[in-house]
Design a protein around this ligand. Structure first.
Ligand code: GLP
Length: 250
């Protein structure tokens, strides 16, 4: 696991964008795994800039999002569908037929989850997966205690996660209680993973991820087992890490 520490959020976003762009240029029909949350917004902004100013071409790219709240329709302004279209997809030339996001309104959730897993396999698997991290160490919506081999399924959100995400809703009561999420096993099958972390409130989770034992109680720690995982963290998120384990991007 490579840990890169950047001076700030902006540099973290640009460093990640460089890597995503390199993948898209090397393999124009690559499959990207995408994340939501406030952390990857800067990455999406930079990719949009690269599309508009440098002609970065997404026309053959396929995308799979990690998760979606159960019960929120795609047009709800806090759904991850809405987030992805507003922050990224509507600004680039991705083919909407190649965009996959879990269906929070699926009638049969189990059937949907199986379909999602199969679809990922049918397109050849995820080449590059982007992740954020929850303050409790969750990745996607795989909360502490999730099975390390888990696949796409419905999960109950922890109170701490609902509290963290309440800032986007008018009150905590409006934050959905369930989500559909790719599993840790699904995520670990990506050829390459980039996890982004920014800010002081991620420092403890990041320390456990990088230096702690591999445990279901910190789902992100599973990345220690991945062949090609890179963590890009800003100084604040990396503030508790052992300095000998990190590198500064050139
Ligand atoms: C949510 C998402 C995660 C994300 C996390 C952190 O729970 N399901 O994918 O990593 O929030 O979000 P933020 O980047 O806003 O801190």
């Amino acid at each position: 696991m490579l840990v890169l520490v950047t001076k700030d959020y902006d540099e973290m976003s640009k460093e990640a964008a460089k890597r995503v762009a390199a993948m898209v240029r090397k393999k124009p029909d690559c499959v990207l795994g995408l994340a939501t949350g406030s952390t990857p917004i800067g990455l999406y902004k930079e990719l949009v800039r690269m599309h508009k100013e440098e002609g970065l071409d997404f026309s053959k790219v396929t995308t799979f999002n990690l998760d979606e709240y159960v019960g929120l329709p795609p047009e709800h302004n806090q759904s991850y569908h809405y987030f992805m279209w507003e922050n990224f997809f509507k600004h680039i030339n991705v083919d909407p037929r190649n965009v996959y996001i879990p269906q929070g309104m699926a009638e049969n959730v189990d059937e949907f989850c199986e379909w999602y897993e199969n679809r990922i396999k049918e397109v050849g698997g995820i080449d590059l997966q982007i992740l954020g991290i929850g303050s409790n160490g969750h990745i996607a919506f795989n909360e502490p205690g999730s099975s390390l081999g888990s696949r796409t399924r419905i999960k109950t959100l922890k109170e701490s996660t609902r509290r963290d995400n309440a800032r986007f809703f008018s009150s905590i009561d409006e934050v959905p209680k369930y989500a559909i999420t790719m599993g840790i096993g699904t995520i670990m099958e990506a050829q390459e993973i980039i996890l982004l972390a920014s800010g002081k409130n991620k420092a403890d989770a990041l320390k456990k991820t990088v230096e702690g034992p591999i445990t279901a109680m910190c789902p992100a720690s599973t990345l220690q087992l991945h062949r090609k995982a890179t963590i890009i963290a800003d100084k604040e998120a990396a503030s508790l890490l052992d300095k000998e384990l990190i590198e500064i991007p050139k």
